[in-house]
Design a protein around this ligand. Structure first.
Ligand SMILES: [Zn+2]
Length: 658
């Protein structure tokens, strides 16, 4: 890593929220960035002589420097700021900044200027940056004639609003399920029952949102209640989204054709590691085949367990899967997820993640007290290497009103060596944060924190580039989940857990035998989960890899379900209508699993007996994280592994026995 001394920090190294701007001041900062970007654009276009890296790529990257901060910070603030006025100002700014970026991507003069640089530099980083940039321009359609570009623009706008309509129909479907009486909630946790007051006639209304649907499908003893929930849950946004989805698929195909591709699947994979729709399809099949036996083994375990209670059982049906899985975990593996929570109070887990990663990657985290933050509960840390400041991040960890309600890493500013240090934020909704509340986490929360911290470190460690367009996580989409999924491994390591997972009252370390039980229980169900993921990946691809006139989503959904899952398809359900990822992932839902295969191969390089002291982590840092987006991901993989990735490590992860 090349790092610059802390004493020469320029003003771009200040925390981004310095001065605690109100809505007006925040807008002013972003408007200033947009006009700086415009000035850099003017400079790029005003060149009359020979094009050079200095007079063309430099100002182009300068445009991106301003757009990067502007769009990252607006996108973050619109999700987290406690004041409505600031959030809505940020939302408007996001739209404006994204319109500016779209205009650049269709600006033929900028494209021509950059094309003129081809072959001009032998610096491999510049060659990669230029190749990637020109490809992105072409995927945007900049090299098409004027009428085609006009059509492309219209189609892109239409696709945005059709996608919004698809999501809105899912979000706004407020159907409910009625439990006949309190007895029908038998098996559900007491806090769930307490949250649902009975109606005057004794019935109980349940929503089909996750907080209601998932506990019912996992814990309700009433088979009929689970069945009703399953039917409603898998009928969300039906029939409305049937037609919306058809339009979405047809318009995407039309756009792909205008851009010179045979299908949207080919278009959407052109900038990914996988490279083509055909390769994505082969990948899905390979994973599905590899997980077939394990999926069947899991299914048979469910069946055998149910037969102990009901000997005449012939099969497990879809709405029974979650329920019997929970029973198997408890009765066959003796593991109750609730039993580990006392060892995971939020404060210790957070400190544990900081200590573990600091040791692994040779960096130091120092809390920056009194840092400017958007809410009093947000903590700010600075990252140092050899006493030199090289990154900063914000932890916004607990729920509050009007805040983003999942867990994610947000970029705040990408780093450039010698000019600005990278900043990032983790926005999560973990337990705790209130006076007197230890914030006992589920183990799955602990895994999530490691996962998101993996993204954060990738962004910060990769933020020492010469160019912003290749800084941090700006790598292929199907690679981006590899570092995050790999860091999850430490959340399963008994020695790592023993360093921070201590009982919130007794301070006793989590017993190794409990961790062992937890790991064993997690082996069960992997096969079914992988097959489920591949059914989603196949549906996402199949909707987009052929002529839309041949796509009947009802037929596809049913046939894919029965091909990959051991349960009979439930007629009358229409899962595709509420498959929200068909908007943001479109054809490429395979990406998580692709990244996981790489992550498992990476992890195979580590010595599991001494995960905390293994020097492999330093080599991994320098060959995969530090380069950020400065090389193709396939090259990063080769740099670390000494070869292309293979499926062996993933396969042995899958085949670990119960
Ligand atoms: Zn992730």
């Amino acid at each position: 890593m090349t790092l610059k001394p802390a004493r020469s920090i320029d003003r771009n190294d200040a925390p981004f929220w310095s001065g605690n701007p109100d809505a007006e001041a925040f807008a002013k900062i972003q408007e200033q960035r947009l006009s700086n970007a415009q000035r850099a654009l003017d400079r790029l276009l005003s060149v009359t002589g020979t094009r050079s890296i200095e007079n063309t790529l430099k100002p182009y990257d300068e445009i991106l420097i301003y757009l990067d901060s502007a769009s990252s910070q607006s996108s973050l603030i619109e999700q987290v700021h406690p004041e409505t006025a600031v959030r809505s100002t940020a939302e408007q700014l996001t739209q404006k900044i994204s319109a500016f970026a779209t205009d650049i991507s269709l600006n033929r003069s900028v494209y021509d200027a950059l094309i003129a640089l081809e072959g001009m530099s032998s610096d491999s980083t510049i060659v990669h940056y230029l190749r990637k940039t020109l490809r992105d321009f072409r995927l945007a359609g900049v090299d098409k004639d004027e009428p085609t570009r006009t059509k492309i623009k219209v189609l892109r706008d239409e696709l945005v609003s059709i996608g919004q309509e698809f999501s809105r129909n899912i979000r706004e479907d407020k159907r409910t399920v009625t439990a006949r009486d309190i007895k029908e909630l038998d098996g559900l946790p007491s806090d769930f029952v307490a949250r649902h007051d009975p109606n005057p006639d004794g019935t109980i209304t349940l929503s089909i949102e996750h907080p209601d649907a998932m506990p019912v499908l996992s814990y309700a003893k009433s088979d009929d209640l689970r069945k009703r929930m399953y039917l409603e849950f898998n009928t969300r946004a039906y029939p409305k989204n049937l037609a919306v989805l058809d339009t979405l698929i047809a318009k995407r195909h039309e756009l792909a054709t205008l851009l010179g591709f045979k299908s949207w699947a080919d278009c959407a994979t052109a900038d990914k590691m996988v490279g083509s729709g055909k390769n994505a399809s082969d990948f899905i099949e390979k994973i599905a085949n590899a997980s077939a036996a394990k999926g069947l083994q899991d299914y048979n375990m469910l069946l055998e367990r149910k037969r102990k209670d009901a000997p005449l059982t012939e099969r497990i049906v879809a709405w029974e899967a979650g329920y019997w899985s929970e029973i198997v975990r408890k009765s066959e593996f003796g593991f109750d997820a609730q039993s580990v929570r006392p060892y995971f109070p939020f404060g210790r887990v957070k400190q544990g993640v900081l200590d573990v990663t600091s040791k692994l990657f040779g960096v130091e985290f120092r809390k920056l007290d009194q840092a400017p933050v958007w809410h009093a509960s947000v903590e700010c840390y600075e990252m140092f290497k050899d006493d030199v400041l090289c990154g900063r991040f914000y932890l916004d960890m607990h729920p509050r009103e009007n805040k983003y309600n999942h867990a994610a890493e947000f970029a705040v500013r990408s780093g450039i060596a010698g000019r600005q240090i990278p900043e990032a934020a983790l926005i999560c909704n973990f337990p705790g944060g209130l006076e007197g509340d230890p914030g006992l986490m589920e183990h799955s929360d602990v895994v999530t924190l490691f996962h998101e911290f993996g993204h954060l470190l990738h962004h910060l460690l990769g933020g020492q580039q010469q160019w912003i367009g290749i800084s941090g996580i700006q790598t292929e989409w199907d690679f981006v989940e590899a570092p995050s999924q790999m860091l999850e491994e430490w959340a399963w390591d008994p020695a790592t857990l023993a360093t921070f997972a201590k009982h919130h009252q007794t301070n006793e370390s989590i017993p190794a035998v409990l961790v062992e039980k937890m790991r064993k229980a997690a082996e069960f169900g992997k096969g079914l989960q992988v097959r489920t993921q591949m059914s989603y990946a196949r549906l996402s691809l199949s909707c987009h890899d052929r002529d839309p006139r041949e796509v009947n989503t009802e037929v596809l959904t049913k046939s894919i379900y029965e091909r990959y899952r051991p349960f009979k398809f439930v007629d009358g359900t229409h899962f595709q209508c509420s498959f929200g990822h068909l908007t943001d992932y479109s054809a490429v839902y395979y990406t998580y699993m692709w990244s996981l295969v790489i992550a498992k191969d990476f992890f195979g390089q580590f010595d599991r007996a001494q995960l905390l002291s293994d020097q492999t982590a330093r080599r991994y840092r320098d060959s995969v994280l530090v380069p950020g987006g400065s090389k193709p991901a396939s090259q990063l993989v080769r740099d670390f592994l000494g070869r292309d990735f293979t499926f062996e490590a993933w396969q042995s992860w899958l085949s670990e026995s119960y």
